[in-house]
Design a protein. Structure first.
Length: 163
């Protein structure tokens, strides 16, 4: 059974699809394709069915990441099939933990930047939606920085399952 990671932001058109694309690339580079499944969702359903924000797509493509995406709303029933639920900011973490059916499910929810040792105390990835491309570039930098630490944790979990 694959190890499953889901990234969650508000509308699932900016931050979480960017994190999904970057982490999926890291998983592939690490040779963990097929062992780790990566997806994303939003805490709200405003953009369900929409593609990623064009600015997110532009920044991802500029840096060589894939961008195939359709927004969807996170469902509490998914917790049982997920190993990690990665929130992009503390508001998402709070919403997801409240949505979790059990305490064990709530413990699956972590902030993305908690995997970046250089993040300091500010663990939120700012929402770039209401700004320009520079906010999307900043978002990508934060996602990339945290993805290495997250990959190390996931790799350890996957290898632990194989033992």
């Amino acid at each position: 059974m694959a190890y499953r990671v889901s990234f969650v932001c508000t509308g699932n058109i900016c931050r979480s699809p960017m994190a999904e694309s970057v982490f999926r690339a890291r998983v592939a580079e690490a040779g963990l394709d097929g062992l780790v499944e990566v997806d994303s969702a939003g805490t709200d359903g405003w953009h369900e069915g929409d593609g990623a924000d064009p600015r997110a797509v532009a920044v991802l493509e500029e840096h060589g990441y894939g961008t195939d995406h359709a927004a969807r709303r996170f469902q509490a029933a998914w917790f049982s099939s997920l190993d990690l639920v990665i929130a992009l900011d503390s508001g998402h973490r709070k919403t997801l933990r409240r949505l979790a059916p059990t305490e064990q499910d709530a413990q699956k929810v972590h902030l993305l930047r908690s995997y970046d040792p250089g993040a300091g105390n500010d663990l939120d990835v700012p929402d770039p939606y209401y700004g320009g491309l520079d906010g999307f570039d900043e978002c990508l930098e934060m996602v990339e920085a945290a993805s290495e630490g997250l990959l190390a944790v996931v790799r350890n979990e996957v290898e632990g399952r194989a033992v």
